[in-house]
Design a protein. Structure first.
Lengths: 538, 94, 205
C-alpha cells in the first residue's frame, strides 16, 4: 500500500505549516498543489469577470438599436472579453491547475522538476494579468481591436494596445515556462516502473500540450513585440504604408493561435479520458491510439492556421493547402471520440456528476467539431467567415469543450484536492440548467450567422431580433446555472477518509493516496509493476 | 534516461572545429562576392547550415549526447521548416 | 498543528537542467524564427532594394564580429572541458575571454549602429521614411533583429558572469558543472543566430 491508511495519515498540503504562515504560505509556496490552487482560484476569478462582460454584451444585443452602450464601448468589451477568457482562463486552462496538481502524483513524484520555476510561472501569470488590467483602466483605455489585434488597425487605434499586448507577452512567457517544466517533469520524474506507456492518458495529453506551449508561443511573442515596435518605433513590419503586409501579421498570429486551441483542448480531452475510464469501471479502450492521437493533434495542429484567413487575401493555393490539412487534423480528434465510446461499451457505468459532465462535453464538443467542417472548407467558409456562425462554433468547442471539461475535472478531482464532497443532486441539476442555457445561448448564433449577421457589431438588422432575444435569455439561464454549480462546490462538506480517498473507484495513482494529499504526496515512491488502468487490489 | 560516461572534448578538437568554422565563413564571403544570381543566397544559406550543424554537433555536444537530444532538435527544426514552407504557399502564388 | 519541518529535497539532476536549457533554446529558435520568416517574406517581395540596402552595411566589421563570436564559442566550449578536467584556473580564464570577446562584439555593434544613426538611418527617421519600402523594411529588420540579438548577448554575458563567480567560490565544480554547461549552450545559441544573420544582412550580392 503506497498511500496512507487512515491510521497513518499525514497532515494535508492544505494544513501543512512550513517556513511561512498566512498568505505568504501560499504565494511563496513551491508546492505544486498549492501553486495549482493559486492558478485555479485566479483562473476562476478571471472566468467570472469574462462571464460578466459576456452578459453585458448579450444585454446590448437583446434588441436592435442601442441599449446600454455605443459601438466604441462594445468593441472594447468584446476585445477584453476575448483576452480575459482566452489568455487568463482557458489557455492556462486545465494544465496550469489540474496539470500542476496531478502530474507529479499521477507519475509517482513528489513535485515537478523545477518547483521554483513553477511558482515563478504563476507570478508571471499574475504580472501579465495586472499589466492588461492597467491597460484597461488607465490612459487611452482598453483596446478595441478584438483579441486578435489585427494590423493595420492595431497599429493606428488610439487605445492601450502596447500595454495590453505587452501583458499578453508576459503571459506567453508564463505559458512557455510551464510547458518547459512539464516536459522535463514527465521525462525525468516518473517513478520506477512507470514507462511512457504506463502513464495515465491525462499525462500524455499534457505532454503534447507542453510541446505546443513551448514551440508555438514564442511566435506570437515576437509578433506582439513587432506590433509594439511598429507603434513605438515606426518600423513598419505590418504597416502597408511602409511596405509591411497585414496578412503577414495574420500568418504569424495564427501560427501560434491555432496551436493554442490545441493547448486548450488537449488537456480537456485528457481529463475526459480519465473520467470516462473511471466511471466505466474498466480499462480504457485503445490506450496507444489515444496517446498517439494526442501527439498527432499537437503536430498536425501546427499546419492548419490559414483556415482562419480564408478571406484575408491569401493565395488560392494556400487556401486549398490549408483546407486539406484542416480536414486531416479532425482525424485524431475523432479517434479519441471513438475510443471513449468503445471504453463505455460493456463497461459498468456509474452515473456520477463528473460522468454527466463528460457526456455533456462529448455532445457539445461534437456539435462544435462538426460545424468546424463547414468552416474548414473554403467555399462554405467564405459565406460564414466573420459572422455569428464562427462565434457559435468556437464557443461550442472552447467553452462547451474545454470549459465544460474544466468543470468536469473540478467535479472529478474535487474530493481528492479538498477532501470534501459536494451535493451530487444539485450538481446534476445545475449541469442540466447549464446545458440548456448553453444551447439556448449559442445554437441560435449558427442560424444568425448563416442568415448573415456579422460578428463584433454592437447592433444588427431587425430580421435578426428574435433569435438574438432568445440567445440573450439563454445567457441568463447559463449564468444562473453556473452560479449554482460554483456555490454548490463551495458548500461541499468534509468527508471521512473512507469516503474521500477514492470515492469513484479510480485506477490512477492519485486515488491511492490520502485526500487531501500530504505535502510530499507519497510516504514512499511507488514502484509500478502493472499496466495503466489495471485494477489493483488495495 | 541513463548516462554513459561523460565525454570530454579535447582542446585540440575544439580548435579544429573553430578553424573549420572560420574557413567556412571566409568561403561564404568569397562565394557571395561572385555573381551567381539566385544561387548566391542558396550557397550562403547552405554554408550557414553546415556551420550551424558543426556548432550543434561539436560545441553543443549533440554528437556525444544521448540520441534524444538530436531527435528533439531535428523535430523542432522540421516543424519550423514546415511552417516556413507553408507560409510561402501564400506568397509564392499570390 | 505542528510537525517536523519537511525539507523539499533538492535532487541533483544535471540531466533535468540540461534538458530544460535545450527546451529553452527551442523557444529562442522559434522566437528568432518568427523574425526570419518576416525577413524571408519581405526579401522575396523586394529583392532589389534588399540587395542595394545591404551594400550600406560594412562587410568587414560584420566579418570580424562573426569571427569574434565563433572564437567565443570555442573559448566557452573549452572552459567546460577545462572544468571537467579539473583545470579551474584555465576554465576561469576562458570564461573571462568569452565575456571579453562578447563585449568587443557589442562595442563594434555600437559603432556600426552609431554610424547608421549619424547618417539618419534609424527606425522612424525622416530620411528612412523617404526611402523605398524595401529600404524601410530592410533597415527595420536590421535594427530589430541585431538589436534583439544584442539583448541576448547581454543576457549571455550575465549568465557567464554569474557562472564565473560561482566557479570561483566553489559552487560550480568539476562534479557539478551544469550551470557552466548550460550557460555554454545558451552562448552557442547566440552564436548560431549570428551565423544566419551575417550572410542575410551583410552578404546579399
Amino acid at each position: 500500500m503506497i498511500g496512507n491508511s487512515s491510521t497513518n495519515r499525514m497532515p494535508s498540503y492544505l494544513e501543512y505549516q512550513g517556513k511561512y504562515t498566512g498568505i505568504r504560505a501560499w504565494i511563496l509556496s513551491t508546492d505544486h498543489k498549492r501553486i495549482a490552487l493559486l492558478y485555479l482560484y485566479s483562473q476562476l476569478f478571471f472566468f467570472l469577470a469574462g462571464l460578466v462582460m459576456g452578459l453585458f454584451m448579450k444585454l446590448e444585443l437583446i434588441a436592435p438599436g442601442q441599449q446600454l452602450m455605443g459601438p466604441a464601448t462594445y468593441n472594447a468589451l468584446f476585445t477584453v472579453h476575448g483576452l480575459t477568457m482566452i489568455f487568463l482562463f482557458i489557455i492556462p486552462g486545465l494544465a496550469a491547475s489540474f496539470g500542476n496538481f496531478m502530474i507529479p502524483i499521477m507519475i509517482g513524484a513528489k513535485d515537478v522538476a523545477f518547483p521554483k520555476l513553477n511558482l515563478f510561472s504563476w507570478y508571471l501569470f499574475i504580472l501579465g494579468a495586472t499589466i492588461i488590467l492597467v491597460g484597461i483602466f488607465t490612459g487611452d483605455g482598453p483596446p478595441d481591436t478584438g483579441w486578435t489585434f489585427y494590423a493595420p488597425y492595431s497599429l493606428k487605434t488610439n487605445t492601450n494596445v502596447v500595454l495590453t499586448v505587452f501583458g499578453a507577452f508576459v503571459l506567453g512567457f508564463s505559458s512557455i515556462l510551464t510547458g518547459l517544466n512539464f516536459i522535463v517533469t514527465i521525462h525525468r520524474m516518473r517513478s520506477p516502473g512507470m514507462g511512457f506507456f504506463r502513464m495515465p492518458l491525462f499525462i500524455w495529453s499534457l505532454y503534447g500540450t507542453a510541446w505546443i506551449q513551448l514551440l508555438a508561443t514564442p511566435v506570437v511573442g515576437i509578433t506582439f513585440l513587432m506590433v509594439v515596435a511598429d507603434r513605438v518605433l515606426h518600423i513598419g513590419f505590418f504597416d502597408p504604408a511602409q511596405g509591411g503586409d497585414p496578412i503577414l501579421y495574420q500568418h504569424l498570429f495564427w501560427i501560434y493561435s491555432h496551436p493554442a486551441v490545441y493547448i486548450m483542448i488537449l488537456p480537456a480531452m485528457g481529463a475526459i479520458t480519465e473520467i470516462i475510464t473511471t466511471f466505466s469501471h474498466r480499462t480504457v479502450f485503445g490506450y496507444k491510439a489515444i496517446a498517439m492521437s494526442s501527439l498527432a493533434i499537437a503536430f498536425v495542429g501546427y499546419l492548419v492556421w490559414g483556415h482562419h484567413m480564408f478571406t484575408s487575401g491569401m493565395s488560392e493555393t494556400a487556401r486549398l493547402v490549408f483546407s486539406f490539412l484542416t480536414f486531416l487534423v479532425a482525424i485524431p480528434s475523432a479517434i479519441k471520440v471513438f475510443n471513449w465510446t468503445a471504453t463505455m461499451y460493456k463497461g459498468s457505468i456509474s452515473l456520477e456528476p463528473p460522468f454527466w459532465w463528460a457526456m455533456a462535453f462529448i455532445f457539445i464538443f461534437m456539435i462544435g467539431g462538426l460545424t468546424g467542417l463547414i468552416l474548414g472548407s473554403v467555399s462554405t467558409d467564405v459565406h460564414v467567415h466573420d459572422t455569428m456562425f464562427v462565434v457559435a462554433h468556437f464557443h461550442y468547442i472552447v467553452f462547451g469543450g474545454a470549459g465544460l471539461a474544466f468543470f468536469a475535472a473540478l467535479h472529478y478531482w474535487y474530493p481528492k484536492m479538498f477532501g470534501k464532497m459536494y451535493n451530487k443532486k444539485v450538481a446534476n441539476r445545475a449541469l442540466l440548467g447549464l446545458f440548456i442555457g448553453f444551447n439556448v445561448l449559442y445554437l441560435p448564433m449558427f442560424f444568425l450567422g448563416f442568415m448573415g449577421m456579422p460578428r463584433r457589431y454592437y447592433d444588427y438588422l431587425p430580421q435578426f431580433a428574435n433569435l438574438n432575444l432568445l440567445s440573450t435569455i439563454g445567457s441568463w439561464i447559463l449564468a444562473t446555472s453556473l452560479i449554482v454549480v460554483i456555490v454548490n462546490l463551495l458548500r461541499a462538506k468534509k468527508g471521512t477518509p473512507e469516503e474521500m480517498d477514492d470515492p469513484w473507484g479510480g485506477r490512477t495513482l492519485e486515488w491511492k493516496i490520502q485526500s487531501p494529499p500530504s505535502l510530499e504526496n507519497f510516504e514512499e515512491i511507488p514502484v509500478i509493476d502493472h499496466e495503466p488502468y489495471d485494477l489493483i487490489e488495495k | 534516461m541513463s548516462e554513459h560516461k561523460n565525454h570530454i572534448s579535447t582542446y585540440k578538437s575544439q580548435i579544429v572545429v573553430l578553424l573549420c568554422l572560420i574557413m567556412l565563413t571566409v568561403l561564404t564571403v568569397t562565394i557571395t562576392s561572385v555573381h551567381l544570381g539566385p544561387f548566391n543566397t542558396a550557397a550562403a544559406m547552405f554554408i550557414a547550415s553546415v556551420k550551424a550543424a558543426i556548432v550543434l554537433l561539436y560545441f553543443m555536444h549533440l554528437k556525444f549526447d544521448e540520441k534524444i537530444y538530436r531527435f528533439m532538435v531535428t523535430l523542432v527544426l522540421a516543424i519550423y521548416a514546415v511552417v516556413i514552407i507553408i507560409t510561402f504557399f501564400d506568397y509564392l502564388y499570390r | 498543528m505542528e510537525q517536523n519541518h519537511v525539507e523539499h529535497v533538492d535532487h541533483f539532476d544535471p540531466v533535468a537542467s540540461k534538458l530544460g536549457m535545450w527546451l529553452f533554446i527551442f523557444t529562442e529558435i522559434l522566437l528568432f524564427g518568427g523574425l526570419f520568416i518576416v525577413y524571408s517574406v519581405y526579401r522575396y517581395r523586394h529583392p532589389v532594394e534588399f540587395h542595394l540596402a545591404a551594400e550600406e552595411l560594412n562587410v568587414t566589421i560584420g566579418l570580424i564580429n562573426t569571427i569574434i563570436l565563433l572564437i567565443s564559442s570555442m573559448t566557452v566550449a573549452m572552459s567546460i572541458s577545462a572544468l571537467q578536467l579539473g583545470n579551474k584556473k584555465f576554465s576561469l580564464i576562458l570564461i573571462g575571454t568569452t565575456i571579453l570577446l562578447a563585449v568587443i562584439f557589442l562595442v563594434n555593434k555600437y559603432f556600426e549602429w552609431g554610424a547608421k544613426i549619424h547618417h539618419d538611418i534609424y527606425p522612424g527617421s525622416d530620411f528612412l521614411m523617404s526611402l523605398s519600402k524595401g529600404d524601410m523594411l530592410f533597415f527595420g529588420l536590421y535594427f530589430f533583429m541585431t538589436g534583439l540579438h544584442a539583448v541576448h548577448i547581454i543576457v549571455g554575458v550575465v549568465l557567464l558572469a554569474v557562472t564565473y563567480v560561482k566557479i570561483k567560490n566553489g559552487t560550480v565544480t568539476q562534479e557539478r558543472y551544469s550551470l557552466l554547461e548550460n550557460s555554454g549552450l545558451y552562448w552557442h545559441l547566440v552564436d548560431l543566430i549570428w551565423i544566419f544573420l551575417f550572410p542575410l544582412f551583410y552578404l546579399i550580392h
